[in-house]
Write a protein that binds this ligand. Structure first.
Ligand code: GLA
Length: 724
């Protein structure tokens, strides 16, 4: 719900449990009042007067200053000295001040398009239009309210209304949120290749903290999701703000804590911003052109980190992933099983074994196309290797489809130096002419800012998949962008090439979804290098990491789950060495993989009979509870990020899945399950065991599991429910 109070000049946006209020001062300055719980007693306090700060030209000696104002959006050069949301350049001037012009409250339908966004029908939307008369530009701040998930999304739409001058956008953040005070912690996801999305909690400090990617992809190092919470907040109580960005490219999330008041009158502010990375941006807006900043996602919960996570999960499931499959296939992927050593005979025999193991899809990973016996060549040509697959792709896929669905890996954005495509079109590579290009995994990135490259990829996909019964595609991206520029345009095609590149990727993904609506799409980037909401807006699931070693993957998965739902997380059981194919190790790996969409990367020929039987039993068990994992409420009972011992659950009504992972030593293992009904009796559906609710609630049951030194999954259904 959104309303405007004409007398007070305030806008109020309400979700189920949260309220966001902003107002207009002196008929022109938009500022922020409140974001938090629903409350009628909002304090409309103005910042205290601070000496030494400047005022807008017409407000000298009034004590009003943009330096301390809680801003809705911050402009460069006109008195707000904190982190800036908008920095433009026109005729050698960089100072701007956008003032309120008009607003519009309406309902709109949003659906999947070439620009990734949060979608839904009849979404309450507020557009506040501001203008800078000197630059002749308008800025529309757009707010969309997702009531049930307690999410408000924001974006900024900048239009150059100027008839003659171009305007260069140096920085255009998607949102700015100022909070009172400074006593907060920040939760962020950090990592590296094979060690993605570890959750870290740090106290905020005075100054700037930045989570940034300059890679043309969100990357493995930081993730755009982050949260800010009270020092005292824990998983089940306290105020927590969660933020994310529906964007797949280089991003910046920035936090600035500043003190403004004289000693004894504490008045600190925290500014949170997220948007496209402003470094090397320089996006040129010609007269009458528009730049749309990607949509940012904000949520608030007074019920701790679990409350914030629940909001984010509901939002992503309903507004980012509604296109995704209700039931994801259980995939057997060939990568860790065989790497490049694949051929028709071997894979057909895997396909024959799959149905009895409960596996739905055989996904042929890298290595199926010509000149691809290692990673040195072949990307870009996309012709099947007839030596490995003498029947050709269509016939081979048909043969596989007699047993299971057929799936295949592609990496369309890339080109090997050793490929026919590169020899034909060296200018299709993304780069600047002035220096030799860095090379990553022997490959370059294709210039997806160019329409002819997008057309080539569309034609190649159609040609490659024509008449092939393909049901699943894994879309990979195995290097990031360097020497960013476009050979196509001397002037770099209007700047912002890295941004235009990722928008090209989104165009291609959107086209792919429309053209192949029945194909299940898993995206990936050298593991979890593009685990973000923009890619999720086109994918059924995203591969979280190449690291499938349980003790480490547990951290990646539970880190990712803080901001992203289990339904989009693809997780496989792999087995790097035969000694680990023991039943205990297979179960260990299964329990960790069961936190998302289960799959396998195993050489079925090398597994002992017992391990094959274990897979059959695992897929059967998984099918009983996978709906609860995908749709249930995720709750961290014990975070593995503090002591390496994790207990998490997915709750759906009276039933819940419990995954305990005592993979490292820890002092105490007794772990209470507050949501268990102590007066009830539960059936553990995977073993048939009957368990007393008291034992679950008191912590004794989970304690025993954690002491076992192995990850375990249990699925509890409340007895009374089953009998009535
Ligand atoms: C990336 C992916 C892997 C696999 C390889 C193939 O590293 O993350 O899962 O597909 O590429 O080259």
């Amino acid at each position: 719900m959104i309303y405007y109070d004409e007398d007070k000049k305030t806008f109020t946006l309400k979700t189920k449990d949260t309220c966001y209020v902003m107002g207009i001062l002196y008929s022109k300055y938009l500022f922020h009042y409140h974001y938090g719980t629903l409350t009628d007693a909002i304090c409309y306090a103005l910042p205290p007067e601070v000496s030494f700060s400047t005022s807008p030209p017409e407000l000298d000696y009034t004590g009003f200053s943009l330096e301390t104002l809680m801003a809705e959006y911050a402009y460069y050069g006109t008195g707000d000295f904190r982190a800036t949301s908008l920095r433009l350049r026109c005729r050698n001037d960089e100072s701007t001040m956008f003032c309120y012009k008009e607003h519009r409250i309406y309902f709109a339908d949003y659906k999947q398009s070439e620009i990734p966004c949060a979608y839904g029908k009849h979404i309450p939307t507020l557009d506040i239009v501001l203008s800078d008369e000197v630059f002749g530009c308008t800025l529309t701040l757009r707010y969309k309210v997702f009531r049930d998930s307690n999410v408000i999304t924001r974006s900024a739409i900048l239009r150059n209304e100027n008839a003659t001058d171009t305007v260069t956008v140096e920085n255009c953040m998607s949102m700015c949120l100022d909070l009172y005070g400074s006593d907060y912690d920040v939760l962020s996801l950090y990592g590296s290749y094979g060690n993605e999305m570890n959750l870290k909690r740090n106290p905020l400090f005075f100054g700037n903290q930045r989570l940034i990617s300059r890679r043309g992809a969100t990357g493995h190092i930081y993730n755009p999701f982050f949260a800010v919470c009270d020092h005292a907040a824990d998983y089940d109580s306290g105020n927590v703000y969660g933020l994310n960005l529906i964007y797949g490219g280089s991003f910046l999330s920035e936090i600035e804590v500043s003190a403004h008041s004289p000693v004894g009158k504490p008045y600190d502010t925290v500014r949170l911003q997220t948007g496209v990375c402003p470094e090397n941006f320089g996006y040129v807006l010609c007269p009458r052109e528009t730049f749309v900043a990607p949509e940012a996602v904000m949520t608030f919960s007074s019920c701790g980190i679990n409350g914030m996570t629940e909001n984010m999960h509901r939002f992503v499931n309903t507004a980012i992933l509604p296109h995704a499959r209700q039931k994801m296939p259980i995939v057997l992927n060939t990568w860790e099983a065989c790497f490049y050593d694949i051929n028709e005979e071997k894979l057909l025999s895997f396909a024959r074994m799959c149905p009895s193991l409960g596996i739905d899809t055989l996904a042929v990973d890298d290595g199926w196309f010509a000149r691809r016996n290692d990673d040195a060549s072949g990307l870009g040509d996309w012709k099947i290797d007839r030596k490995k697959f003498p029947s050709g792709l269509r016939v081979f896929a048909e043969k596989v489809s007699q047993y299971v669905d057929f799936g295949i890996w592609i990496e369309p954005e890339m080109i090997s130096k050793d490929s026919d495509l590169y020899r034909r079109h060296p200018e299709w590579v993304l780069g600047k002419t002035s220096r030799p290009l860095s090379i990553g995994r022997h490959q370059y990135v294709l210039d997806l800012t160019r329409d002819e490259v997008l057309d080539y990829l569309k034609d190649t996909c159609c040609e490659m998949l024509r008449d092939v019964p393909v049901r699943y595609i894994k879309w990979d991206m195995n290097r990031h962008l360097t020497e960013v520029g476009s050979f196509a345009h001397d002037d770099d095609a209007g700047g912002g090439i890295a941004h235009r590149y990722i928008m090209g990727v989104c165009k291609l993904l959107h086209w792919f979804r429309v053209t192949f609506p029945d194909v299940c799409l898993e995206t990936c980037s050298g593991g979890g290098g593009r685990y973000n909401l923009a890619l999720a807006a086109y994918s059924d699931m995203i591969w979280a990491s190449d690291n499938t070693y349980p003790a480490e993957r547990l951290l990646t998965e539970t880190g990712a789950l803080t901001g992203y739902p289990a339904s989009m997380m693809s997780c496989h059981v792999s087995c790097p060495s035969d000694s680990e194919a023991s039943e205990r190790e297979m179960e260990n790996r299964f329990a960790v993989a069961a936190m998302g969409t289960l799959g396998y990367e195993l050489d079925l020929h090398r597994l002992p009979e017992t391990a094959l039987a274990t897979i059959g039993s695992q897929t059967q068990r998984y099918k009983l509870f996978r709906d609860t994992v995908a749709k249930g409420t995720y709750r961290v009972v014990r975070s593995p990020h503090s002591d390496g011992v994790g207990a998490i659950s997915f709750i759906q009504g009276d039933d819940f899945v419990l995954i305990c992972a005592g993979l490292r030593r820890c002092a105490s293992t007794s772990t209470e399950l507050p949501f268990a009904d102590e007066n009830a009796v539960y059936t553990e559906m995977l073993s048939g065991e009957t368990v007393n609710g008291k034992e679950l609630k008191s912590g004794a049951y989970a304690g025993k599991l954690l002491a076992g030194g192995c990850a375990t999954v249990k699925y509890f259904v409340k007895e009374s429910k089953r009998t009535c």
